[in-house]
Every structure is written in structure tokens, then in C-alpha cells.
Design a protein around this ligand. Structure first.
Ligand SMILES: NC(=O)c1ccc[n+]([C@@H]2O[C@H](COP(=O)([O-])OP(=O)(O)OC[C@H]3O[C@@H](n4cnc5c(N)ncnc54)[C@H](OP(=O)(O)O)[C@@H]3O)[C@@H](O)[C@H]2O)c1
Length: 251
């Protein structure tokens, strides 16, 4: 069946996890600029979430903030209920909440491995299944990391759990079809991690073929492209200057 080539986001309702700050915030604002109403999920950043909601409402759409620790399965389940009580059915889910702890495979505790898996894999799975149970279609974008293509020895628990999210993206794309498209965006050097400044990005820019670092708007462009598409599912867009090809060249 031929279909319209793209979907408008105006009037849709999006749930963005980890939306109070950094990339999640930029994605939430980009959705609002396209006319989507936004549920701003946060864990600790209540004030940032409240001020983001104000900013979103200033764009003429609705916004609600909902808290929850997504390393706790019970709180993940209730997040979706809270979101729909406030906002009605959810059309778009962006799984962006994350932690980025420095720990090698030797250092990572069982607790850290479990918490990372719950946050980066179990929570996106629970939220995706709950979205699907609304029986009204929709679109999901999981935020991965270009490091899923290599072995990030310094962030072992993060690495393992994002690899699981990559697999889940493909599994969900098959399981939730045809009603729901499930894709991923894998950023590379975009924002410096907590405690680092722009010099961190400058220092590492040589690691990707395009020899530069990216901008949050380039990430949101990829997210919006996937959300608008009606014929793409199970796809990963790497917004990483080509870093994901590292290791595929002889010199
Ligand atoms: N920044 C980059 O350049 C980059 C590069 C590669 C991949 N990514 C991916 O892109 C996404 C967004 O990146 P980011 O740098 O904006 O992420 P981030 O700053 O590391 O985390 C985003 C938010 O996740 C929330 N969060 C942390 N632990 C949580 C928990 N247990 N339960 C619920 N929420 C929790 C926090 O919310 P509160 O502040 O409310 O506590 C935090 O503000 C992530 O999935 C990341 O892996 C980013």
C-alpha cells in the first residue's frame, strides 16, 4: 500500500525520558517546535523540568513534567500511567535517560551492571510495551551511542546496556510492527560528559573521519527525520562524524 511520505508531528503527544537537561531537553524543545505536546520526564532535575515545561508552553503547545527513577521497574511502570493521566495517549516515545559512569569490566559492581541494564534496556522495553498496549500506533526512538559499534573499555556497564538497547531496538521494530516504528539515534561527540568542558570535544575530534564534533541540533534533526518517516523501522542513524566505522579500515 502506498502511504503518505511523511507524518506531521503537530498535535501528537511525546514522552521524552531524561528530558530536563542536555540532549533530552533539546529533543523535547525540537518536538514542541514541531507542534507536539511533551511529557518531560525527569529524575532529580525537578526545577529544570519545570522551567522546560514553561518554555515549551511558550511555544503554544502543552507540557507536563513527571518524575521517576527508571532504574526501578515499578517507577517505570507508573511513569507511563502518570504521563497518560496528565496528557492522554502517548504517540511518541524517546528513550533518552542515561548515566555514563566510568568503570571497567573489572570494576563494575553487580549493582551497577543491574542499574545500567534497568535504566538503558528494561525501562525502554517496559515503556515501549506499554505504548504498544494503547493500540493506537506510534513511533519510538531509542538513544544509543556510537560506542555500541566498538568496545568501550572505560564504561563497561554503560556499554553492555546500550548494546542490549541496540538489540531491543531491532526486536521491538519487528514485534511492534506494523503499528509502531522503532528506531534509534546513536550520537558520537556532541556534549562533553559531566565535569568536562569543550576542550574534551576538541581533544577527541580527531577520532572520527570528519575530524570534528557535532551539535545537539544535528541529533534532533535525526530524531525528527525518523519520527516523520512512515517507511523506516529497525534503523540506527549514527550522528557521529563517521566514528562507527572505526576499525573498518586498514590504516
Ligand atoms: N551527550 C552526548 O554527546 C551523547 C553521546 C552519545 C550518546 N548519548 C546518548 O544520548 C542520550 C542523551 O544524552 P545526555 O548526555 O543528554 O544524557 P545524560 O545527561 O547522561 O542523562 C540524561 C538524563 O537522564 C536522567 N537519568 C539518569 N539516571 C536516571 C534514572 N535512574 N532514572 C531516570 N532518569 C535518569 C537524568 O535526569 P535528571 O537530571 O532529572 O536526574 C539526566 O539528566 C543518552 O541516552 C546518551 O547515552 C549522548
Amino acid at each position: 500500500m502506498m502511504d503518505d511520505s511523511s507524518t506531521s508531528l503537530a498535535g501528537k503527544t511525546a514522552l521524552v525520558t531524561g528530558a530536563a537537561r542536555r540532549l533530552g531537553r533539546v529533543i523535547a524543545l525540537a518536538l514542541a517546535q514541531q507542534g507536539a505536546n511533551v511529557v518531560v520526564h525527569y529524575n532529580r532535575s525537578a526545577e529544570d523540568a519545570a522551567s522546560l515545561c514553561e518554555e515549551i508552553r511558550g511555544l503554544g503547545v502543552s507540557a507536563w513534567s513527571v518524575p521517576g527513577d527508571l532504574s526501578d521497574a515499578g517507577q517505570t511502570e507508573s511513569l507511563f500511567d502518570r504521563a497518560t493521566q496528565d496528557a492522554g495517549p502517548i504517540d511518541i516515545l524517546i528513550n533518552s535517560a542515561s548515566t555514563f559512569e566510568k568503570e571497567t569490566l573489572w570494576e563494575a559492581s553487580a549493582q551497577s551492571l543491574e542499574a545500567n541494564l534497568r535504566l538503558h534496556a528494561t525501562a525502554p522495553l517496559i515503556l515501549a510495551r506499554t505504548l504498544a498496549r494503547q493500540n493506537r500506533g506510534g513511533s519510538i526512538v531509542n538513544m544509543l551511542d556510537t560506542r555500541v559499534t566498538v568496545y568501550d573499555r572505560q564504561h563497561a556497564a554503560y556499554h553492555i546496556s546500550k548494546r542490549v538497547l541496540l538489540t531491543l531496538t531491532r526486536m521491538l521494530a519487528l514485534e511492534l510492527a506494523p503499528g509502531i516504528a522503532v528506531n534509534a539515534v546513536a550520537p558520537g561527540l556532541i556534549l562533553p560528559p559531566a565535569g568536562e568542558d569543550e576542550s574534551y570535544l576538541q581533544k577527541l575530534a580527531h577520532c572520527n573521519p570528519l575530524n570534528r564534533y557535532g551539535d545537539p541540533a544535528q541529533v534532533t534533526d535525526a530524531v525528527l527525520f525518523l519520527l516523520r518517516s512512515r517507511f523506516i523501522t529497525g534503523q540506527v542513524i549514527y550522528v557521529d562524524g563517521g566514528y562507527h566505522m572505526k576499525g573498518h579500515m586498514y590504516d
